[in-house]
Structure formats: structure tokens, C-alpha cells
Design a protein around this ligand. Structure first.
Ligand code: FES
Length: 205
């Protein structure tokens, strides 16, 4: 490839006034010839058909089944439920969570054999990390954390991919789908990427 820089100027794409005038004249002549203005029945039928267009959208959406209502906003989590380590399937104890590690947890009572396991885990999976309390920048997060252990939803707030990458030095987590990056030491604030909201924390449930 040549390394000489070349600029190709873009040609104007607007039609000239003469061409525009000709098009408008042709259009007016066509409309007059067709007699559209006089044929009320055709015109009214056309307007009637156009007014039904939005209805087809509603019918299509209704065919997708009942609306989810609050089901997308609620998870299995409830006060008193134990966190279960998703790798060992054992209850997660504070001493199991080391500084710098990322652990995934699910609510007690959820089993991979449940018929709605995928639906529930897609909403309830948590990521658990331990941060030195002096490194936690967000005051509210510091209040609800336990000895520096914090729990956030594992589901990215962009379009819902599961988070998998954790950088222990910065406490940043990265979504593999579109690279949104969140700071777990600062209320899971979005620091990069298309996600519009921080992760939901257990402290804000
Ligand atoms: S789903 Fe996470 S950045 Fe898009």
C-alpha cells in the first residue's frame, strides 16, 4: 500500500433547484392525472389503512406472551438466606473470601435441577470480593460491607452478560461482552463502556 495520504473530496449530494422543481412538477401532474384528490373513497381507505399500522405492532407484542411485570425486578434473595459458593456448592463463610479473590455465589435453596434454575440464576448470581476497608471509597458501601466483604450482582447492567474478570489491584471488574468496567471499591460505579448504571449491590436490595 502506498503511504502517501490522498483526500477524495465528497461531491454535493443535494439535487439542483431545477431538478427539484421538475420532480415537484412531475409529482403534481401525476397526482392530478390519477384523480386522487377527487376520489374520496380511495383516499379515505388509504388513511384508514395507515391509521391501523400501529395496531399491528400491538398485536405482534401481545403474541409474545404476557408482560413480565415485576418478575424482572425481583430475585430469590431474601433476608436470612445463606450464600452458596457456586463452585463448591457449600455455604460461603467470611473466612473463605480472601482479599483479591472473586467468588460467585447463589442463594441457598436454588438447585441446578430446578426447572427454573436458569431463570433464577440469571437474576440472582452474585460476585463476592473482599476489599481492605480503607480502600473502599463509597461510604454507603463501607457501611453495609462485612469486614471488607462486598456482594454485587454478577449481571452486567448494560444488556445482562455475566461478569467474569476481576482486577484485584484496582478492584475493577470487566464485562466481556462490550467491555464495560466497574469499580467495586466505589459502589460499582461505571468507569468505562456502555453500561448506564452501577451493579446492584446487596446493600441496596
Ligand atoms: S453486556 Fe456488559 S458491557 Fe454490554
Amino acid at each position: 500500500m502506498s503511504d502517501v495520504e490522498v483526500a477524495d473530496e465528497r461531491h454535493p449530494i443535494a439535487a439542483s433547484p431545477e431538478v427539484k422543481a421538475k420532480v415537484m412538477a412531475d409529482f403534481a401532474a401525476g397526482a392530478a392525472e390519477s384523480g386522487m384528490g377527487r376520489r374520496k373513497l380511495i383516499r379515505n381507505t388509504m388513511f384508514g389503512a395507515l391509521s391501523l399500522v400501529p395496531l399491528s405492532g400491538i398485536v405482534l407484542l401481545r403474541d409474545m406472551g404476557p408482560l413480565p411485570e415485576k418478575k424482572l425486578r425481583t430475585t430469590m434473595w431474601a433476608k436470612g438466606l445463606q450464600l452458596i459458593n457456586m463452585n463448591t456448592h457449600e455455604p460461603l463463610r467470611p473466612e473463605d473470601v480472601a482479599v483479591g479473590s472473586l467468588t460467585f455465589a447463589m442463594p441457598e435453596g436454588l438447585s441446578e435441577h430446578d426447572h427454573d434454575f436458569q431463570t433464577q440464576i440469571a437474576k440472582a448470581a452474585l460476585m463476592i470480593v473482599r476489599i481492605q476497608p480503607e480502600d473502599i471509597k463509597d461510604k454507603r458501601e463501607l457501611e453495609w460491607s462485612h469486614e471488607g466483604i462486598v456482594a454485587f450482582s454478577k449481571i452486567c447492567t448494560h444488556v445482562g452478560c455475566p461478569i467474569s474478570l476481576y482486577e484485584q489491584q484496582t478492584h475493577h471488574v470487566l464485562c466481556p461482552c462490550h467491555q464495560s468496567t466497574f469499580d467495586l471499591s466505589d459502589g460499582a460505579r461505571v468507569i468505562f463502556g456502555p453500561a448506564g448504571h452501577p451493579f446492584r449491590s446487596c446493600g441496596s436490595a
